[in-house]
Write a new protein. Structure first.
Length: 242
């Protein structure tokens, strides 16, 4: 809701600026500058909604470059401000994304197990008795990793990948409740998801300066639903059905 309102207001303001510029009531702004501004602000809005530092600071840096004359900051554009955005993003990612190992939380009275993995090849097993569901956290930063999800009651996977590569195999995961979620947070990284062909994919994920690609279709019509949510900024997510 907030993102839709922000987009709507931005396009309205952009339209007003374009008309005012054409009538001579505002400093002349070129068409390409307006277009690049729209793209940068779109990435910024998406970054704020998805709490991605890369997708917040980098678009701000691009906006500073586009309007450096107006802001009087030509001495720090383009490379100093871009470098500061990249380094600041890395620092904030490290600070606000700590590892939490085997946390137990309660959601609506149901105890869920969070399994967090580090870089490298890891096998996740959900074997805990008296647990109604399983949520698995995966994080890779400045490295590559391969994950195999073996869960008898899979409900959600939270995937964070920054400046690295991650492959996640879900072919041994079982969705008992009919619906499960894969939540993506991919920045300056590549992520490959291998989904059982019997699952029906519902894609709600978005990309900014990146791509989310489906390499083949499941063709499933009555299997469990896997909802793919989240955001990819300056990165690529490839989804394979196996």
């Amino acid at each position: 809701m907030i993102e839709r309102i922000s987009w709507g207001l931005f396009f309205i303001v952009a339209a007003c600026i374009l008309i005012a510029s054409g009538l001579g009531f505002a400093p002349e702004i070129g068409f390409w500058t307006i277009l690049l501004t729209i793209l940068a602000v779109g990435a910024l809005v998406g970054g704020i909604c998805n709490r991605s530092w890369f997708a917040i600071l980098v678009p701000i840096a691009f906006l500073c470059i586009l309007y450096d004359d107006l802001l009087g900051i030509t001495d720090i554009t383009p490379w100093p401000v871009l470098g500061a955005a990249f380094l600041g993003s890395i620092g904030l990612e490290i600070i606000f994304r700590g590892n939490h190992n085997h946390q137990h939380v309660c959601n609506n009275g149901l105890h869920r197990h969070h399994h967090t993995c580090n870089n490298g090849e890891t096998v996740f097993d959900e074997t805990t008795d008296n647990v109604s569901g399983s949520i698995i956290d995966m994080r890779t930063t400045f490295g590559s990793s391969t994950k195999y999800i073996n869960a008898d009651a899979f409900e959600a996977a939270n995937i964070q990948c920054s400046f690295g590569e991650m492959k996640v195999f879900f072919d041994n995961a079982i969705i008992k409740n009919g619906v499960a979620d894969i939540n993506l947070d991919v920045s300056f990284a590549g992520t490959e998801l291998y989904i059982p062909k019997t699952w029906r994919i519902e894609n709600n994920a978005r990309a900014s300066f990146g791509a989310i690609e489906f390499k083949n279709s499941t063709g499933a019509t009555d299997g469990p639903v896997i909802r793919i949510n989240g955001f990819a900024s300056f990165g690529a997510v490839e989804i394979f059905c196996i």
